[in-house]
Every structure is written in C-alpha cells, then in structure tokens.
Design a protein around this ligand. Structure first.
Ligand code: ATP
Ligand code: MG
Length: 326
C-alpha cells in the first residue's frame, strides 16, 4: 500500500521549503502526495484560513507535511494538530558541526504535552479588574505522554529522561503530572530525573550537555524548546513532529519568515529534517536516517543558505542533500 502524504506549504517561505522537502521524500520513497491549501492567502480567497477540505485530508492521511502560516497561524495549526489527534510535540534541538552555535554540545529532544496545561485551559474575564485561566492537567494525558516518552528513550537508546515541572508551587497540577509520569516510567524501569523548569532554563543555557530527552507540560515545553533553539544557532534548522495515535503532522519550528520570503534563499533544512521525522513515523527508519545524515553532511560541508553565512539558494542546498541520497 502506498502511503498518502498531505502537503500544505502555507504562506511565506513555506511555499519554498515544503516543495524542497517533498522532493527529498520523492527521492527516498514512493508516496501518494496530495497538495492542500491553508494560510493567509487562502483566507483572502476563501474566507477561511483552514478550509474544511484541508482539515479532512490531514485527519485521514498517513502523514501531513506543513510549512507555515502567517497572521492566521493559530487558526491553522491548532485545528491541524487536532485533526491528527496529536498528544505530543517532539522537538529535537541539536547543534550540528559546520553551523555556528552558542552551545555546540547541545543534543536535546523535548517531548511536549500537546493538548492541555494552560493552552487547554479556559480563560475568563470575571470583572473589569480580574481575569483567570484554569490550568488543566489530567492523569490520562500525562500517562499517555509518559508511555510515549518511555518508548522514545528505549528506541533511541537514551539513558532515560528528565521530567520538567514546577510541582513545588503548582502542587496539584504539576504534582499530578510529575507523579503520573514517574509512575509510568518506574513501572517500565525507565530511569528519570526531574528538574524545576525555571532552574532547568538556566541549566540548559549553562550545561546543555547534561541533558537529553526532556518531558514537559505544554507551556514549559513551548518555552524551553525555543530556548534550546537559541542554543543551536538558528531557526532554519529545527524540525518538529506533532504525533497522534495513528498519524502525525510534521513542520519546521520556524514561521513564514516574511523578510526573506519569495527570494529563494530560505534554509530548507528544518523542513527536510521534519520530513525525516515523517519517514520515521511511517516506519521508514533507514530512509529517515539517510535523510538526516544527508542534511548533516550538507550542514558540515556546504552549500549554505545566507542565514548560515553562505550564499546558496534553497534549490542548491536541496540538490546537495538529494545528491548525497542518490
Ligand atoms: P511568523 O510570524 O510567521 O513566525 P516571523 O517574522 O516570526 O514570522 P520566523 O519565520 O519566525 O519569522 O523567523 C524569524 C527570523 O528567522 C526571520 O528573520 C527569518 O528570516 C529567519 N528564518 C526563519 N526560518 C528561516 C529559514 N528557514 N531560513 C532562513 N532564515 C529563516
Ligand atoms: Mg516567528
């Protein structure tokens, strides 16, 4: 059976880096690609940034590759994550030889809870002076994330994982999160340690080499993974995967980059690495590793796009990656 991959370039440089990643996927596998539309340019013509048709395609395809959406980002990406029933956002942040990084020793993976916390909560304006937000943490979502984390570290041969939390202050919610995650890990004999998320932010800056896989509640994962992006030198490099039980949505961490859109100079690496994560989710582990190695080779030896100090175009970098795959 040929897997169906929905491809949603979106706005800005999404239009440049997603076709590049699709070319790489075409090089390593035989997939049915379905192009779908979303983003600001669709809002203008159709009145909705995420047409129902695109939502339905993502909800039924084997995997979806997404670029970026501009102003309409929240109206596109949040429903798309829901379309694939994503409960975890996997965000690797790794420094690569050949790329200037603040902390070249960084090799981290954030496993971020993707459904609740403060983002799954309810905000309310109660009076002229007072607004509140309910933070939602469930045992079931915490355990599901923990089971995923255990499998992830077992498969990747990591030593274990760190649980990020603030259970000393949010005793009920983060207390529940920490207890649930540690309980699941304990029963599976996966080693864990835990870290208060504020101290962890500092320690990641100072000693990133002391950490590996970090399991986080939603907001903490959002912030800490962006912090780690800063450590490894550039948004153009960071991929992510929103995984659900049956399918995933894969996207670069960066946005539409309006300052360079349309010039053909966007770095395609983050999206190609997202495609590598997509391959892995479909069971193409070898192909995924080959794509990863090809990107790593090009980052080490060039050519490089301007964000990495080079003068190569998106096309040239993509061709160099494909050359290494042939
Ligand atoms: P958005 O609102 O869509 O997130 P933004 O203005 O925040 O747009 P980002 O895409 O988040 O832009 O990018 C921030 C900066 O990083 C920009 O200067 C952009 O040019 C640069 N950048 C991001 N992604 C890439 C990439 N793939 N290649 C080169 N530069 C990039
Ligand atoms: Mg941005």
């Amino acid at each position: 059976m040929t897997e169906e991959i929905v491809v949603i370039p979106g706005d800005g440089i999404g239009q440049e880096v997603v076709p590049a990643a699709r070319e790489v996927l075409e090089t390593v596998g035989d997939f049915d690609f379905v192009e779908a539309r979303a983003g600001d340019h669709v809002l203008e013509s159709e009145g909705a940034a995420l047409p129902d048709e695109t939502f339905d395609l993502a909800a039924s395809a084997d995997a979806t590759l997404f670029g970026a959406a501009g102003e309409s980002a929240a109206d596109v990406i949040i429903p798309l994550r829901r379309a694939v029933d994503s409960f975890v956002n996997v965000r690797p942040a790794k420094a690569y030889p050949g790329v200037d990084a603040l902390r070249p020793e960084t090799d981290l993976v954030f496993l971020r809870e993707n459904t609740e916390g403060v983002y799954g909560g309810h905000e309310q304006r109660l009076t002229e002076d007072l607004s509140t937000l309910t933070r939602v943490i469930t045992d079931s979502a915490s355990r599901r994330l923990a089971r995923f984390a255990c499998e992830y570290v077992e498969e990747g041969e990591w030593d274990g994982f760190t649980v990020a939390h603030k259970a000393n202050v949010m005793r009920e919610t983060d207390g529940r999160f920490k207890t649930a995650v540690e309980d699941v890990a304990g029963k599976r004999s996966v080693e864990t340690d835990d870290a208060l998320m504020d101290a962890l932010a500092m320690n990641l800056c100072l000693f990133p080499e002391e950490y590996g896989v970090i399991v986080c509640p939603n907001l903490a994962g959002d912030m800490l993974s962006d912090l780690a992006a800063g450590l490894v030198g550039g948004l153009g490099l960071l991929p992510s995967a929103n995984l659900g039980p049956d399918r995933g949505l894969f996207e670069p961490v960066h946005g539409t980059a309006p300052d360079i859109a349309g010039q053909g100079i966007a770095n395609p690496s983050a999206t190609i690495l997202s495609a590598a994560m997509l391959l892995d989710s479909l069971g193409y582990g070898e192909e995924s590793q080959a794509v990863h190695a090809a990107v790593e080779g090009v980052l080490a030896d060039g050519p490089h796009t301007p964000d990495l100090g080079g003068d190569a175009a998106t096309d040239e970098v993509t061709a160099a990656v494909i050359d290494r795959l042939d």
